[in-house]
Design a protein around this ligand. Structure first.
Ligand SMILES: Nc1nc2c(c(=O)[nH]1)N[C@H]1C(S)=C(S)[C@@H](COP(=O)(O)OP(=O)(O)OC[C@H]3O[C@@H](n4cnc5c(=O)[nH]c(N)nc54)[C@H](O)[C@@H]3O)O[C@H]1N2
Ligand SMILES: Nc1nc2c(c(=O)[nH]1)N[C@H]1C(S)=C(S)[C@@H](COP(=O)(O)OP(=O)(O)OC[C@H]3O[C@@H](n4cnc5c(=O)[nH]c(N)nc54)[C@H](O)[C@@H]3O)O[C@H]1N2
Ligand code: SF4
Ligand SMILES: [Mo]
Length: 772
């Protein structure tokens, strides 16, 4: 990052206040999807070293305006955590020891090379974790790794998360990233299903201070309704909480659509009607789903279902929003389609106060290519070897990963690479997966820690800490509730460690067989060259017909390389960019460096029809995939009726999936990994608060302390995921003292939404008993 530090405009991003050696830096928090601006006070020791003194919300941040959660200030703790890896680790006789980068790369070359030689490239697998969505390096270079490996065996946390959201967007709008987000700042009615933004701070809807934005809906006389099997923090703050049986949201949503049709409340509006396909087919398909037909399955009264639909139709503007409680379920994709359908049928798609599309400042799939139509979306361009699960967005379901490793035959996975993920805690039936990982011939991880997953790796390559890296939310700002751009430069120096993009790039080159001396800079030069040349050739690019050499020369004149150079290109060629001279007021990396609090490009604006990439150039309301799935949905109704106890997940504000439990200020206090049980169920099961209960599912069993609470519906129990930090050989000392149990011992790798390959993490049949 030396190049960046020599840039004179850098000084604009930092200011020296009062006392000599104290400096304030501004950066976006990369920990969750809220993209909060942080104000970081740094103290230099006079001999080149810097320490973080304080981190608080940046009140001048154009998007977050000072909002911050308790995790944001712990970037300091993460950086200083003695357990965080700073040098590569290699396994010697089953124990990880520190090695030099040279040793690490040689071992990787020999290990991966050996597997490729013995079994071919189809024996390589790769898993990209959630941390990649929050890292500029990963966003820029992981795709090259994925393709460079020459294997189709790609897996990611998307199939334990938001893949149904992409599948719905893909079929309806033609692009899997054409994701409508609730226009939080202008809506008068917000219906939330299976999301708890007071705790998660929002997901697939980038909105710093989501809670404040919800409060303002109510302040301006609007209404907020939450559908959740738990009276979550968000439900508590809402006007209304509707308890629902886990996994049954698609039925509720179908019945709401049915009510709109039957009661003549459908009003698509002229703007969307012009581009709408499939309304008649949709209406016919939804006809059997009367409110009465779903009451027993959903546990929601028919009167309530009618009221939910009528209120949605009557609101001046409204938006329906669903998250993990709707996606990581058996009908995740179909439920997400029905959420979009409700927004369409009530005239709320693509209008102010409804469900709108962001215009990403750095561009993205929805700003590139021909506007208004495209090739559309398909899945199944490949199948998993063992069970024939279809490919979705270039990857396979994580539920299939273990069997792909353990089942012998042509194409059996023999080596794995994980980047920024902890699948041994986050994936279903993670014990089975752990056993499978033991069976691998070679494994490499890129991570910050020696944890439950990376302890299986032969070599672990550390990424620098969040504060040592630059940042731009390339992915999350595609789902923003405003069009915003914010670039953060590294706050602390790399201390001799390679940057994350260099690690990922070099790993790609070594895996490609280019040798340990391969220079990531060369690959980086080639990549930017290809990007620029393709843009000047593209019929639909702003740079069409421009001189590629001239643009490359201009990019290079800054001296930037790596993610910064690519980001500069994306910003300048993006929808708000300076177009390399065409639009002097437009943005660029230099522009953002002069604006350490970010640049706001305003509220969302309608994007139909340009955002569409369907072959028809229409919004497809009745894609065959979903219409056909309604039979499966109807057939599931009796199963809900005779259901025993089911398990769902939950999150805590002071936690972040599996990996921030080594920060003492976040984990101290009452244990959080508890089983929530309703008082009626507790009485039936003979459990009292604080007892240890054994929870058993088809695939596994864990014992956790019970927390009796009426915030959960009878018949449902809840355990958070990401715990169980007692794995031998892991090196997370604080986390080990607050180990908790791993809820994914209970989730079933075979249970998935067939349309997206997403695992069912909510609504797991379990038995609960007093621990013996
Ligand atoms: N039962 C159940 N299971 C779930 C869920 C649930 O609700 N219930 N939620 C699912 C969801 S939504 C998700 S996204 C997944 C997450 O699944 P994963 O992505 O597999 O797991 P995380 O816990 O997010 O682990 C992140 C990993 O990245 C590392 N890391 C952190 N920062 C960086 C970085 O900057 N660079 C690199 N290279 N590594 C870094 C951490 O040390 C950790 O090992 O879990 C899923 N699992
Ligand atoms: N503090 C914190 N913030 C996070 C994370 C974290 O671990 N901790 N993880 C981040 C990640 S990776 C993600 S993907 C997001 C997730 O963001 P959210 O989806 O908002 O996350 P959750 O808090 O798990 O909320 C899901 C809600 O769905 C409910 N639910 C469970 N099953 C069902 C069901 O069948 N139907 C309905 N209607 N509701 C159901 C649960 O009770 C829960 O309240 O959060 C992100 N932010
Ligand atoms: S909500 Fe918390 S963790 Fe998420 S970006 Fe903001 S400060 Fe960071
Ligand atoms: Mo997630």
């Amino acid at each position: 990052m030396a190049v960046i530090e020599n840039d004179p405009s850098i000084e604009a991003a930092t200011r020296t206040v009062g006392e000599v050696g104290i400096r304030t830096a501004y950066r976006t928090c990369p920990l969750c999807e809220a993209t909060c601006g942080l104000e970081i006070t740094l103290k230099s020791d006079g001999v080149g070293g810097k320490t973080v003194q304080r981190i608080r919300g940046d009140k001048d941040d154009v998007f977050s305006k000072g909002f911050i959660c308790p995790k944001g200030s712990t970037l300091k703790h993460l950086h200083e955590d003695p357990d965080r890896l700073r040098v590569p680790m290699a396994k010697r006789d089953g124990v990880h020891v520190e090695v030099t980068w040279e040793e690490a790369w040689s071992e990787i070359e020999a290990g991966l090379g050996g597997v490729i030689e013995r079994h071919g490239r189809s024996s390589l697998g790769v898993y990209g974790g959630n941390a990649g969505a929050h890292s500029l390096s990963s966003m820029m270079y992981l795709r090259t790794l994925f393709t460079g490996l020459g294997t189709r065996n790609r897996y990611s946390a998307s199939t334990v998360d938001q893949m149904p959201r992409h599948v719905a967007a893909g079929h309806i709008f033609g692009s899997p990233v054409a994701v409508p987000v609730p226009d939080l700042d202008r809506t008068e009615h917000l219906l939330i299903l299976g999301a708890n933004p007071y705790v998660s701070n929002g997901s697939m809807c980038t909105a710093p201070d989501f809670p404040g934005r919800i409060e303002r809906i109510r302040e301006r006389g609007g209404k907020v309704v939450v559908v959740d099997p738990r009276r979550s923090r968000t439900a508590e703050e809402a006007d209304e909480w509707i308890a629902i049986r886990p996994g049954s949201d698609a039925l509720l949503l179908a019945a709401m659509c049915n009510v709109l049709v039957v009661e003549n409340l459908v009003n698509v509006g002229p703007h969307v009607a012009e581009y709408l396909n499939g309304l008649d087919e949709f209406v016919a398909a939804i006809a059997p789903f009367t409110p009465e037909s779903v009451v027993v399955a959903t546990d929601v009264a028919a009167t309530v279902i009618r009221k939910l639909a009528r209120e949605l139709a009557a609101a001046t503007t409204a938006s329906v929003y669903g998250r993990i409680g709707t996606t990581a379920t058996e009908f995740g994709s179909t439920a997400t389609w029905l959420i979009d359908a409700l927004n369409i049928l009530t005239g709320n798609l693509d209008r102010s106060g409804g469900a709108m599309f962001a215009m990403p400042v750095a561009g993205g799939a929805t700003t590139r290519g021909k506007p208004g139509s495209g090739r559309g979306f398909e899945i199944g361009r490949g199948q998993t070897r063992v069970s024939g699960h279809p490919e979705v967005m270039g990857e396979y379901p994580v539920g299939a990963l273990a069997e792909e490793i353990t089942t012998p035959g042509e194409g059996q996975l023999r080596a794995m690479i994980t980047v920024g993920g902890n699948p041994i805690r986050s994936n279903p039936n993670s014990e089975l997966l752990a056993e499978a990982f033991n069976d691998l011939e070679f494994m490499v991880s890129v991570d910050l820690y020696l944890n439950e997953t990376t302890r299986h790796a032969d070599v672990i390559l550390p990424s620098p800490s969040q504060l040592q890296r630059s940042h731009y939310d390339l992915l999350l700002l595609q789902f923003g509730v405003r069009n915003v751009a914010n670039y953060s430069e590294p706050v602390l120096p790399l201390d001799g460690q390679p940057d994350e993009w260099e690690v990922i790039s070099k790993l790609t080159l070594v895996a490609q067989g280019m040798g340990v001396d391969a220079d990531p800079a060369l690959a980086d030069h080639r990549a930017i060259d290809a990007m620029v040349r393709s843009a000047v050739r593209s019929e639909h690019s702003r740079l069409r017909g421009r001189d590629a050499e001239e643009i490359l020369a201009e990019l290079n004149s800054s001296g930037r390389v790596g993610p910064e150079r690519m980001l500069d290109f994306m910003l300048r060629s993006g929808p708000f960019g300076d177009g390399f001279g065409a639009e002097p007021e437009g943005t660029s990396l230099d522009d953002l460096l002069r604006r350490p609090h970010g640049r706001d490009f305003g509220a969302l604006e309608p994007r139909l029809p340009d955002i569409l990439r369907t072959p028809s150039g229409k919004v497809e309301l009745a894609p065959a995939a979903f219409i056909n799935d309604l039979d499966r949905l109807a057939a599931a109704v009796p199963g809900f009726e005779n259901q025993g106890l089911v398990l769902i997940g939950r999150r805590h504000l002071r936690s972040n999936n599996s990996w921030m439990h080594n920060v003492n200020v976040l984990v101290k206090g009452k244990p959080r990994c508890t089983l929530h049980v309703h008082p009626d169920d507790a009485a039936l099961l003979g459990l009292t608060d604080g007892d240890a209960a054994t929870i058993t599912s088809r695939v596994g069993s864990v014992t956790a302390p019970v927390e009796v609470t009426d915030s959960i519906t009878p018949g449902v129990v809840s355990l958070p995921h990401g715990w169980g930090h007692n794995a031998p050989g892991a090196q997370m000392r604080v986390a080990a003292e607050h180990a908790g149990v791993n809820s994914n011992i209970l989730t079933d790798h075979e249970a998935m939404d067939p349309l997206s390959g997403t695992s069912v993490l909510n609504g797991i049949p379990v038995e609960v008993a007093v621990a013996s």
